[in-house]
Design a protein around this ligand. Structure first.
Ligand code: NDP
Length: 284
């Protein structure tokens, strides 16, 4: 079966499931296994890697740099700038430092990590400057709710935003009320973080939910794979699960070819219903 992909507004195709890196690069003793996990994921088709200058204060970018060494062209590299660095000369310095840690001269997609106090106008200007200098190919945002996206669309050049990376999984469907429809209407794919409903020590009950386990058992796959197939079901969402254990990496990559049926989606809807009203954007 064909691996699922998502198209960015500029026509670039990326895999619907990539690899996250939060909590990588924290400990030297884990460095090698984290590098190997990312390499395994690349080999298996999860060629989009998401990282950030924030993760382990550059440590995760160092892991990524090692994992992509010698195969940069096979990778779609996403990194994020701290809000307090997202403007003026600070943005240029932050990006250059990320590039050094990533051992590359260009980031494919550079995101504003969340909205801080620097005006969006200044962030867009900095992103354009980085683009003109060839240090980034595209830019996007993260953790922006509908109103923020509307504000961004009013900024000159703001409509060049390639994605909005937000929290999304079956137990956190708030974005389906208005943000996801807004993004679909404006052809901005959403990049779903915490697609396995986990973040550090935080655990939601998605993977252990009987509905996920029953569907998984009937399909002969894991409930994580059902959770991922659910997140990317529309074709407009990219999931970026983070995995270090080889079995996890293998499962996540295999979910690229897993399609849920209408009936399975309806079963999940019953347990994890779509939102009926606006809720504040979920974040970790
Ligand atoms: P995830 O939902 O991806 O969960 C990661 C956890 O799930 C890890 O403990 C991992 O274990 C485990 N796991 C991975 N695959 C499987 C599997 N097949 N079965 C069972 N368990 C599995 O949470 P994250 O918080 O890591 O989110 C994903 C990525 O999104 C981040 O890594 C980061 O890149 C990005 N992110 C962005 C944010 C933002 O503000 N923009 C905020 C949070 C995350 P193990 O590692 O041991 O294999």
């Amino acid at each position: 079966m064909k691996a699922k992909t998502v198209q960015l507004p500029d026509g670039t195709t990326v895999p619907a499931i990539g690899q996250g890196t939060w909590y990588m690069g924290e400990r030297n003793s884990e460095f090698r296994s984290e590098v190997n996990a990312l390499k395994q994921g690349l080999d298996a088709g999860m060629t989009l890697i998401d990282t950030a200058e924030m993760y382990a204060e550059g440590g995760a970018e160092r892991v990524v740099g090692e994992a992509i060494a010698g195969r940069r062209d096979d990778v779609f590299l996403v990194s994020k700038v701290y809000p307090h660095n997202a403007g003026g000369a600070k943005a240029i310095t932050a990006c250059e430092q990320s590039l050094k840690r990533l051992q590359t001269d260009c980031i494919d997609l550079y995101l504003l990590h969340w909205r801080g106090s620097i005006p969006l106008h200044d962030t867009v200007a900095a992103m354009e400057k980085l683009q003109q200098a060839g240090k980034i190919r595209r830019w996007g945002v993260s953790n922006l709710d509908t109103q923020d996206m509307q504000s961004l669309w009013k900024v000159p050049g703001g409509m060049k935003c390639m994605t909005n990376q937000v929290l999304y999984h079956a137990a956190a469907r708030g974005i389906e009320f208005d943000l996801l429809p807004w993004c679909e209407e404006h052809a901005v794919p959403v990049m779903a973080y915490c697609p396995l409903a986990q973040a550090g020590q935080l655990r939601h009950d998605v993977l252990t939910a009987p509905v996920m386990q029953q569907i998984a058992k009937a399909r002969g796959v894991s409930s994580s794979q059902i959770a991922l197939a659910w997140v990317v079901r529309s074709g407009n969402v990219i999931a970026i699960p983070k995995a270090v254990q080889p079995q996890h990496v293998k499962e996540n990559a295999a979910a690229l070819t897993l399609n849920l049926t209408e009936d399975e989606i309806a079963q999940i809807d019953k347990v994890f219903p779509a939102p009926r009203h606006k809720t504040p954007l979920d974040m970790v």
